[in-house]
Design a protein around this ligand. Structure first.
Ligand code: AMP
Ligand code: MN
Ligand code: ZN
Length: 779
């Protein structure tokens, strides 16, 4: 076992080269105050982290923020700080030659435009960084032509500053990044191929230690398991079908949690509910540390763990250059020692730890185990029986914050350094700093486990109830099952909806086709979808529908390698989308028909239950035409569900009906005005056509154009537009299923039925009919 005692080298401000010059002080500084790139990067990471923390602790948008904003002091402070930030950002953008009129309030109408400006500038800056990094690697990207499928070996560029062994050679030697670009793909070494097929995950387990109920034969019989169709060229539905047919009798077992029975019948012994003796941790530099990368060492570790009554576990994960993600490291700490397991090296052997991990007599302490439980199943077939999650304990204790960071400060007075959380954990050999960081994640956890148990009992006047609830919550987490991301024909809508942009039929089709392309390629190449084509680029291509392949390249900055390689295929998809019928656009830029878009300002997690329900229902109304007739027959008739949150104004629909009758600011809930767009930008949020229309093999069909209408001014004074205003009047808060309000908006007949009212949410159904008067429904 490679064992060494590590010292906590706090003076080391960067990654030290093994063979670096001992007279470091003599070298010129990289820039004032920073001796090398690593020192600079370290400082930069710290600054970004504290800024992120500070921003996360600001009052939440919505009620909380509005409340704080009612204090003039807070408002002034926000404004001055906001101006300062915008000033800094403008300066940075100017340095990089980007458009930088962020602060000029006249030039930009809203947050969205500013956000776009920043995204664009970030792209420019990152592209520059990418080019320089490539140059450091000796690759000249700018000379790489746009290639159809195929491989072009990169040219080696030797610039003055990346030439090996030149005068100031020691500096380029120092140039070692934590986000190393050329990390060998660990997948290549995996004994068992990664299964990215569009089929549900089946547990990897084939031996079940500590079983009360034996493992079903499906898992022990290797023959059945091998018959999975792994060929990605088989259409997903067919692969599913074949798979189901072959494994029909095992289906129930296949998707069950292998330790469900054991966890359901897990008893909580008295000893785990009684007050613990808090056992102080050992200083880290006095503890033994072992890096485990051989089977022999892993077996020895397992034997050691099986003799203990508790140990702490954590994982590090990599998700950028892999479709499903890869668990790259496992940290285990006992009261005496720290271990780091190279899970890339021992991926196929780690299952042996199930002996300790599923032994109910051994407590496994994690902090925030939700993802870890899934990663353990997915990559190693490991399960946890008798989990204690310190994150759950922190919640039960109602501590100020629930991060490990906070627990370390609170209980151990140890400042942890979360800068490495997002490092590339595939890097080998693991730099000392990363080892140190990884150890910190589990080293103090058993002591924290003691402390929180004691406090949970004290908190509850010695009664075990609260502690018991933490054990139960932890058990629920260990019952979590890993779910593979499954692609369906509707998947793209979830992503598109989050973008808060309205697409016309062609744009939406492009987005759908690009989404499918990206998913397929990501699975094939075993890359994350973000690596293949980041969502913001996918949106940009869909919005712009470039006519030429070069236009697609222009939408991406920097251009993802697979986009460059497959630009012709992408171009065909965009062309296909452009062939979709588009509803006629009037001369004045307003599209005929109406545009209904839903804007939900809050994240789903923070939505109250009523609003969550609202969203679910809205989602089920994705295709309003379908709701009317079951299929697309008449785009002139549309049913739409509308929710007005009268007190919070957080959910509303934005009606852009031509002409912009809704633009009267007093008529809409406060936020609605923000979404008003200039006529040329108005998108037709036409729902996805029926499956019949979507089949790519079929030619796009022409839908009947809506009948031409003559333009007649409409007397708005007779419309009851108040219904859009987030009505606060008393009588409206009473539920009256029969009450209906009718609004006429130039040829559009709005039919309002108040279906349900609670104290703070008005649920309203709008039925919008557009067309000739004789077609309007009779009341
Ligand atoms: P931790 O439990 O904090 O050690 O985190 C485990 C893994 O989760 C890390 O190796 C990252 O891959 C991932 N992770 C943690 N925090 C974040 C974050 N803020 N954003 C994205 N990934 C994260
Ligand atoms: Mn973790
Ligand atoms: Zn960790």
């Amino acid at each position: 076992m490679a064992s060494s005692s590590k010292s906590n080298d706090s003076t080391n401000s960067g990654l030290k080269d093994n063979n670096s010059d001992p007279n470091d002080e003599d070298k010129p500084e990289l820039c004032p105050g920073f001796k090398d790139v690593d020192a600079f990067v370290k400082h930069g990471f710290g600054a970004v982290l504290s800024a992120t923390k500070a921003s996360a602790s600001l009052p939440q948008a919505g009620d909380e923020f509005d409340f704080y904003r009612s204090f003039p002091g807070f408002q002034e402070f926000c404004e001055s700080q906001g101006d300062k930030l915008l000033h800094f950002m403008s300066q940075i953008m100017q340095v990089h030659g980007c458009r930088s009129h962020l602060r000029d309030r006249n030039k930009l109408t809203g947050l969205e435009e500013r956000f776009d400006l920043i995204v664009d500038s970030n792209d420019v800056i990152l592209e520059r960084v990418g080019i320089l990094l490539d140059e450091a690697d000796g690759v000249n990207r700018s000379q790489q032509p746009v290639m159809p499928a195929g491989f072009q070996p990169p040219k080696i560029v030797v610039s003055s500053w990346n030439r090996k062994g030149s005068g100031s050679g020691s500096r380029s030697e120092m140039f070692r990044l934590l986000h190393a670009k050329n990390v060998a793909r660990p997948q290549l070494k995996f004994k068992e191929k990664v299964d990215n097929s569009n089929t549900p995950f089946i547990p990897k387990i084939f031996i079940k230690p500590n079983a009360v109920k034996p493992l079903p034969s499906y898992f022990t019989n290797k023959q059945i398991r091998k018959e999975r169709p792994e060929d990605l060229d088989v259409p997903a539905a067919l692969a599913d079908l074949i798979h189901q047919q072959r494994t029909q009798e095992h289906v129930e077992d296949m998707f069950a949690h292998p330790y469900q029975y054991e966890l359901d019948h897990l008893l909580l012994p008295e000893s785990l509910l009684s007050k613990p003796e808090v056992q102080m941790y050992r200083p880290m530099d006095e503890s033994n540390f072992s890096f485990i990368d051989t089977l022999e060492d892993l077996v020895a570790l397992n034997e050691k763990l099986c003799k203990l009554s508790e140990f702490a576990v954590d994982l590090e994960h990599h998700s950028y250059r892999s479709f499903l993600g890869i668990t790259s490291l496992m940290q285990i700490s006992t009261r005496e020692e720290d271990f780091i397991i190279d899970t890339l090296e021992l991926r196929s052997e780690l299952y042996i730890l199930n002996e300790a991990f599923t032994d109910p007599a051994i407590v496994k302490v994690f902090h925030g185990a939700d993802s870890d439980i899934e990663w353990l199943q997915r990559d190693f077939g490991l399960y946890v029986v008798r989990l204690f999650d310190t994150h759950q304990a922190s919640r039960a204790l109602n501590l100020a914050r629930h991060s490990l960071d906070h627990l370390l400060t609170h209980f151990c007075n140890v400042g942890s350094d979360k800068r490495y959380q997002l490092a590339d954990w595939r890097i080998r050999p693991l730099p000392d700093e990363m080892v140190q960081y990884a150890r910190t994640d589990t080293h103090y956890l058993l002591y924290i486990y003691d402390c929180v148990r004691a406090q949970l009992l004290d908190f509850n006047h010695g009664q075990p109830g609260l502690l018991q609830s933490v054990w139960n919550k932890s058990k629920d987490i260990s019952l979590k099952k890993y779910m593979k991301p499954i692609y369906t024909e509707e998947s793209y809508l979830e992503v598109q909806r989050k973008q808060k942009r309205s697409f016309n039929t062609q744009q939406l089709t492009a987005f759908r086709l690009l989404f499918a392309w990206r998913d397929k390629l990501a699975r094939q190449e075993d890359e994350s979808t973000g690596y293949v084509l980041p969502t913001h680029m996918m949106i940009k291509i869909s919005e712009e529908l470039p006519k030429e392949p070069q236009g697609i390249i222009a939408c991406c900055n920097p251009v993802p390698p697979l986009v460059r390689q497959q630009v012709n295929a992408l171009h065909l998809l965009v062309q296909q989308a452009r062939e979709m019928p588009l509803l006629k656009v009037r001369n004045d830029g307003w599209q005929q028909g109406f545009n209904i878009s839903c804007l939900i300002l809050k994240d789903e997690d923070s939505l109250p239950v009523a609003q969550m329900k609202a969203r679910r229902i809205i989602e089920s109304f994705e295709n309003p035409f379908r709701m009317v007739s079951g299929e697309v027959i008449n785009p002139q008739c549309c049913l739409c569900l509308m929710f007005l949150d009268t007190q919070h104004s957080t959910i509303f629909f934005n009606f852009s009906i031509y002409p912009p009758v809704m633009s009267t600011s007093t008529r809409m809930p406060s936020g609605a005005k923000k979404r008003e767009r200039v006529p040329s930008e108005v998108g037709e949020s036409t729902p996805k056509p029926s499956k019949k229309l979507m089949t790519p093999a079929e030619k796009p069909q022409k839908t009947e154009p809506p009948p031409e209408e003559s333009f007649k001014p409409f007397d708005y004074s007779q419309s009851d537009l108040k219904v859009f205003a987030g009505n606060k009047s008393k009588d409206n808060t009473q539920f009256d299923p029969n009450r209906q309000t009718v609004i006429h908006i130039r040829g559009i007949f709005c039919f309002l039925v108040q279906i349900q009212t609670s104290r703070c949410v008005n649920h309203c159904v709008f039925i919008l009919y557009r067309g000739f008067r004789h077609n309007w429904p009779k009341r």
